[in-house]
Design a protein around this ligand. Sequence first.
Ligand code: AP5
Length: 223
Amino acid sequence: MYIVILGAPGAGKGTQAAVVAEKLKAAHIATGDMFREAQEQETELARQAVSYMEKGQLVPDEITIRMVLERIAAPDCVNGVVFDGFPRNLKQAEALDEALVEQGKTVDKVVYIKVSETELLERLSGRWICRQCQTPYHALNSPPKTPGKCDRCGGELYQRADDTVETVKERLRVYFAQTAPLIDYYTRAGKLLEVDGEGGVDEVGERILASIGGSLIGQRSRG
Ligand code: AP5
């Protein structure tokens, strides 16, 4: 299955994509994480991406699309992928469609996690991330068992440089201008599943899995 998780910065895409990928035994591809990992390793990709990320703007399509198309050709993607943070504009969505069609595949469903702007700002200001495995935590809503340490791998937790008030404002502006039109794009394709993203992490996760499961049962009974 090829699932896209769509939503504004802080909507919970990373948190929920990990849950969905585990459940579906699919690969989890998070473009933001890929860029941040490249920064840790100080690669050429990071050099190209960092100035855009710092400003809260999208990394140019030619860099991002090439990176994702290379990644989906890896063996762990044959059973499916959960995309988190990609596609982020129409050009990326069309590039993904074309690449999957070439492999006889398609984006099956797009989960749009809907969260109010007040809640987004609250979530981003309290977020902490594991430097090693990228697991997100929240100071109040989902704190780690040991302060400053990742429950999963023991890695060091840090706050993202682009989670400052000014950069978050720019990320939201970019989201509404460039990414939100994908809601229409996937609605027209009959693939969009809108899920209320407010409530606890587990509660939202259950809604998402129920929504994907329900839509597939509906598809099979029509087919
Ligand atoms: P990226 O890393 O993708 O950032 P984003 O889209 O802004 O999304 P976030 O990671 O901020 O939020 P999220 O929705 O994953 O929420 P999370 O689960 O962490 O991209 C960063 C940058 O990279 C971009 O600005 C751009 O420069 C570049 N980039 C990436 N992809 C690109 C692309 N395709 N094209 C071009 N450039 C690209 O949750 C947030 C917080 O809330 C956490 O603390 C979490 O613990 C908490 N939380 C989650 N769910 C709940 C809940 N239900 N209740 C309470 N708290 C919750």
